[in-house]
Write a protein that binds this ligand. Structure first.
Ligand code: SF4
Length: 281
């Protein structure tokens, strides 16, 4: 192998997304249950975020919610200050400042926001994934369950997970709605559902979307939907602080410690994201 070809071979992992097969099919990820100091710290941070998310709609200032993003009536409240459409230039300036901040922040600190503060990560990793470990077990048990024929155990586990995931998705959809219409209007919807069939239908639609994301779509949000995820490729450089695949350590891939020609196989054992191989080992 020439030096040039060797280089291309070493870097081939860059040409594909690890969660998509060569044929373009989805590779479902079964991550090993994380543990450690930083994971515990993230859990505590997440508890804080979740308390803020679920409590904020109830906090009022001078009879108005602390935060409101009522796009229907074009009324926005930030920290108790009301913004109407004619104030939108302030909002626009704020957004431009915010975007510049995000660009600079990402260039320096990489994906810190993604791992520690993004609602998608918090809901997926700190609520739904933890419930999944509780119902289905750790990585190996999840893979065995996925391959298992439908039997009483699988039906029971899938049914429990479905009910719990859908209920939590419904609660999250309600709280997101409270940031748009205000908690009082939302409580009115809850007390008089018959008068608000349209809203209930919209809520169920959003609940189903949340459910679909956390049940199946998961990290694909970052790959194909989130604009911030798509932009990160041009926002990061070699000096950005990122938790990423260490290709010098992991390549070339294969059985760790073995030799391929003159090269020693890297130590990427795939344990944390292994694909089901039929044995569950
Ligand atoms: S890429 Fe987007 S959705 Fe994914 S973790 Fe980052 S901010 Fe969240």
């Amino acid at each position: 192998m020439t030096e040039v070809n060797k280089h291309i071979d070493q870097d081939s992992f860059r040409d594909s997304v690890a969660t998509i097969t060569k044929e373009g099919n989805r590779k479902f990820i079964y991550p090993k249950k994380p543990k450690g100091k930083y994971y515990n710290l993230r859990t505590w941070f997440s508890i804080g975020y979740l308390i803020v998310f679920f409590v904020l709609p109830f906090i009022k200032m001078d009879g108005e919610p602390l935060f409101l993003f009522n796009v229907i009536e074009r009324k926005f409240i930030l920290f108790g200050m009301i913004f109407w459409p004619q104030d939108f230039f302030i909002f626009g300036l704020g957004m431009v400042t915010f975007i510049v901040f995000i660009v600079l922040f990402t260039a320096v600190f990489g994906r810190v926001f993604c791992g520690w503060a993004c609602p998608q990560t918090i809901f997926l990793e700190m609520i739904f994934r933890k419930i999944e470990y509780w119902i289905d077990g750790d990585q190996t048990k999840q893979m065995i369950l996925a391959k298992m024929r439908w039997n009483a155990e699988k039906i029971r586990k899938r049914l429990i997970k479905f009910i719990v995931f859908y209920t939590i998705s419904f609660i999250i959809a309600n709280f997101f709605l409270s940031y748009i219409v205000g908690i009082d209007t939302l409580l009115d919807y809850v007390v008089h559902p018959a008068n608000n069939i349209g809203t209930l239908a919209a809520l169920l639609l959003f609940t189903t979307i949340f459910f679909f994301v956390y049940w199946w779509f998961r990290e694909q949000v970052c790959i194909v939907v989130c604009p911030y995820g798509r932009l990160q490729g041009v926002l990061l450089d070699k000096n950005s602080i990122v938790v990423a695949y260490d290709y010098k350590r992991g390549e070339p891939r294969g059985k760790p410690g073995k030799k391929r020609g003159a090269e020693t196989i890297g130590d990427g054992c795939s344990t944390c994201i292994k694909k089901y191989d039929g044995t569950g080992k």
